[in-house]
Ligand binder design. Structure first.
Ligand code: CU
Length: 289
């Protein structure tokens, strides 16, 4: 009897862990690409975003998908120009998204790991229409950080149809994690890591900005499980992790001690909002006793 009770207890713990532990949303039926204004740290800037509904949302939609199962997805292009849907998966051909229309496409069957989707044009990339697709890796809580950087003048010029000059200086004024700047990163249900001491979680980090980034973890060294542009780093355990432009990384955090630990960009410009410290790419690991 005791054994059966213990087994049931274990089952309940595992059931509770795997159900609702994923800190991301489900695959949407439709993604609505929209051009609008985003306001961050006093700067009002044009932005392209993939929204879950037809109502504007300044946060790109990132989601979780089951492994090894294709998914159909409708993408509505609400921008004034044509785009193509990009996916950083080998062999994926960008799917044309005609301005003002909806296109049905199929996300391929993907193995466990994290991927990013977005737009294949300079306009699409600069204006930041891009999210994360997390596949599998659902045996632990799984958080995500979609990194972005914003230079108001470049955004305004590209929104009006301009192009970026080769080698032009790039001095962003805002730096975001899931389209939020610190301290708003602390209110992010998908990015603010809150787990109990003695437990573990996954964190997917995608650099969808226009420059390279590097994050420093306080309190812990994380294990690199995937690094799309640094495959040799898989298995490394470290507290400072670089991300090249377009790179998608998955790390595992083993929370062996309680407390509040910052994670921040190691480039000090990137921990400001329009030049004011602290801001930008800072979030926290909230490890509960
Ligand atoms: Cu630090």
């Amino acid at each position: 009897m005791f054994k059966r009770g213990a087994l049931l207890g274990l089952y309940a713990v595992f059931g509770g862990l795997s159900m609702g532990a994923f800190h991301a949303q489900d695959v949407p039926d439709t993604l609505w690409l929209q051009l609008n204004e985003a306001v961050l740290g006093g700067d009002s800037m044009p932005a392209l975003r993939f929204c879950e509904g037809a109502t504007w949302d300044s946060l790109n939609y990132s989601f979780h998908m089951a492994a090894d199962v294709p998914q159909s997805l409708v993408v509505h292009n609400g921008d004034t120009v044509d785009h193509a849907f990009a996916l950083n998966v080998e062999g994926w051909e960008p799917v044309a998204l005609v301005a003002g229309t909806a296109t049905e496409l199929t996300l391929p069957s993907l193995s466990a790991g994290s991927y990013c989707y977005g737009l294949d044009s300079e306009r699409g990339k600069v204006l930041g229409g891009a999210g994360i697709i997390m596949v599998g890796n659902d045996d632990l809580p799984h958080f995500h950080w979609n990194l972005g950087d914003w230079e108001p003048a470049r955004l305004a010029s590209v929104a009006e149809g301009g192009t970026v000059e080769e080698g032009a200086p790039y001095v962003p004024r805002q730096f975001t994690v899931n389209d939020r700047t610190f301290p708003n990163t602390m209110n992010d249900p998908y990015g603010y890591v809150q787990i109990g001491v003695g437990t573990s979680c996954y964190i997917t980090i995608a650099n969808q900005g226009s420059m390279d980034h590097v994050l420093h973890f306080h309190g812990f060294h994380v294990e690199v499980l995937q690094a799309s542009k640094h495959p040799e780093r898989v298995g490394w355990i470290k507290d400072t992790v670089p991300f090249l432009q377009g790179e998608v990384t998955v790390v595992r955090l083993d929370a062996f001690q309680p407390g509040m630990y910052p994670v921040h960009n190691h480039n000090l410009i990137a921990v400001t909002n329009a030049g004011f410290y602290p801001g930008g790419m800072i979030t926290h690991l909230d490890i509960q006793p």
